[in-house]
Design a protein around this ligand. Structure first.
Ligand SMILES: NC(=O)c1ccc[n+]([C@@H]2O[C@H](COP(=O)([O-])OP(=O)(O)OC[C@H]3O[C@@H](n4cnc5c(N)ncnc54)[C@H](OP(=O)(O)O)[C@@H]3O)[C@@H](O)[C@H]2O)c1
Length: 374
């Protein structure tokens, strides 16, 4: 059984559609009965009938908790996760269920691995956080680069680089709210263990297909999951970056440099959050669908030796990141319900499903390896 919590949001609706396309019958959960009824009516298909719904706010998840048991799957797209994410994880941990979510927020990812992961180990639950565009492709590319490297890997660097879409709005308002959290909350990296650092502490330049961009250092799941795949020698350093190809590189670099310095000033975090929340009110709830269809995501994972020599590089590519997120969550939920996952605790997607299964599943939904498998 699969419960999709947050089904009425922009991402949740797309996940629900992707699940129905796969022939799944998720129970749609959300806080608004009218929106749930409209969604289940819209998803109705001959032979499938109407999907069941359950109404629950995050402040009282008892109706959702009552549905799920050991081995059931709960998918959550209720965000921003640093404010609203924890109750769904707790419900999954209590039930010993398999939990997947769409977050990309560093503080929440850190909580899942450090706070909820050990609880899940004890209850038998499995937690696969950030199981969308952020951050499955980097886990996949990083794992392939580790497998391909001929010597000990000291540092793995992953770049997520977006191109296309012009100046149109290509993120949802919900993603905007979460991105604001990404800028104003503490992030982390890996240097012989997890180290706190502000988002954007480093801004290297990436080049893909002749286009250059400055990218921003962020905390992601790769920092926790890739060292587990590196063998007995471990993986001392992991860096993950987000950037937009073709953006005015110099300007972006300057902005990224200024943001951490600005946020260190007293009261600045609240001010930036307030201005951001105000600006988001004027944004559309959903991305521009025409522009979004032109967006491409390029993910590059590079493995380095301690000397700095490059040992392996793997490149992946996909289209619309929201479609990829919806398809990854639907694929992951189906795989988890049909075959289970590798064990309890907080898991990365490679650890949960297995590398070759994830490569095949990703290719099926349009996340393709374009270099590094030859
Ligand atoms: N990792 C990735 O690559 C990726 C991709 C896509 C999205 N995301 C993340 O996914 C999250 C959702 O994005 P979105 O675009 O779908 O945002 P959204 O449209 O704002 O959806 C948010 C959802 O949360 C629900 N919600 C809010 N407060 C709630 C409460 N108190 N109780 C129960 N439900 C509540 C909303 O319910 P209502 O419908 O009733 O308002 C809605 O279903 C964001 O954090 C975004 O950053 C990540």
């Amino acid at each position: 059984m699969i419960v999709l919590f947050g089904a009425t949001g922009y991402t949740g609706r797309r996940v629900a559609e992707a699940m129905v396309r796969r022939g799944l019958r998720p129970i749609l959960a959300g806080r608004n009965a009218e929106r749930l009824a409209a969604l289940t009516q819209r998803l109705k298909k001959p032979g499938l009938g109407k999907l069941d719904v359950v109404c629950a706010d995050i402040s009282d998840l008892a109706p959702v908790r009552a549905l799920i048991g050991r081995g059931d799957v709960m998918v959550s797209t209720v965000g921003p996760f640093h404010r609203l994410g924890a109750p769904a994880v707790r419900a999954a941990v209590d039930a010993g269920a398999i939990y997947l979510d769409s977050t990309g927020e560093p503080p929440f990812i850190r909580r899942v691995f450090e706070e909820f992961g050990p609880l899940a180990q004890r209850s038998g639950a499995s937690l696969i956080t950030a199981c969308g565009h952020d951050y499955v492709p980097g886990n996949l590319a990083g794992a392939l680069a580790l497998r391909r490297a001929s010597a000990r890997v000291h540092r793995l660097e992953v770049g997520y680089l977006i191109s296309g879409g012009g100046r149109a709005q290509v993120i949802s308002r919900g993603t905007g709210r979460s991105a604001l959290g990404l800028l104003t909350e503490q992030s982390f990296t890996r240097r012989d263990g997890i180290r706190p650092e502000p988002t954007g502490s480093r801004t290297p330049t990436f080049t893909v297909g002749g286009l250059a961009c400055s990218a921003l250092a962020v905390g992601a799941t790769e920092h926790y999951t890739l060292p587990r795949l590196a063998g007995p020698d471990g993986l001392p350093e992991v860096d993950v970056y987000l950037g937009r190809l073709g953006a005015a590189t110099g300007l972006a670099r300057l902005a990224y440099r200024l943001v951490p310095a600005l946020l260190a000033l007293p009261g600045a975090r609240r001010l930036v959050r307030g201005i951001g929340e105000f600006a988001l009110r004027w944004s559309a709830e959903e991305p521009d669908p025409v522009a979004l269809a032109q967006v491409r995501s390029h993910v590059v994972a590079t493995a380095y030796a301690a000397s700095g020599a490059q040992l392996a590089q793997v490149r992946l590519m996909s289209g619309d990141p929201y479609q990829l997120t919806a398809d990854l969550l639907a694929w992951g939920a189906q795989r988890a319900v049909d075959h289970g996952v590798s064990g309890p605790g907080a898991l990365g997607p490679v650890q949960a499903f297995g590398l070759d299964v994830l490569v095949a599943g990703s290719a099926e939904i349009g996340l393709r390896v374009i270099a590094g498998m030859e």
